[in-house]
Write a protein that binds this ligand. Sequence first.
Ligand SMILES: [Zn+2]
Ligand SMILES: [Zn+2]
Length: 156
Amino acid sequence: MPDSQRSPEGDSSALPRVLHTPRSHALLSESWAQAEEAKRKERAGDDLQLPHEAYAAGAPCRACGRALLGEPTLGTDEESLARIDADNAEFRAEHTACNMGVWRIENNRVEHCHLCCPFPPLSPTQRDELRQLLYPSSLRALHNRGCRSVSASLTG
Ligand SMILES: [Zn+2]
Ligand SMILES: [Zn+2]
């Protein structure tokens, strides 16, 4: 019996294996929960803002639940457009008290409230462009980070 336990290196007194006991699982999930909680707190400020990936994938507005990318998800036939228009009228009526008007994304019909709905997220490229406009002094830092992420994607 002991012979069959022997490792290829021939050392029968190898270090004991680490077992995944229920206790260690509990600890693991506890720290996960803490990390999740910390992340939630960090994001609490802009909870309504969609991540750009979700927006690009056609996720609806988190504030009002209406489509952000409009027609592509709702249909472009006459009937669908009429439905969107009717929906917009209803939406405006619901938000007259906001008194801020509505916005919509270029080439899309679905309207969102200026007060209730956050603007759609910027793409990482747009964000960098904006940052360059706002903080030209950070140009070099931006450039450095760009190079790092390029090399990371090359090695990774
Ligand atoms: Zn909205
Ligand atoms: Zn509103």
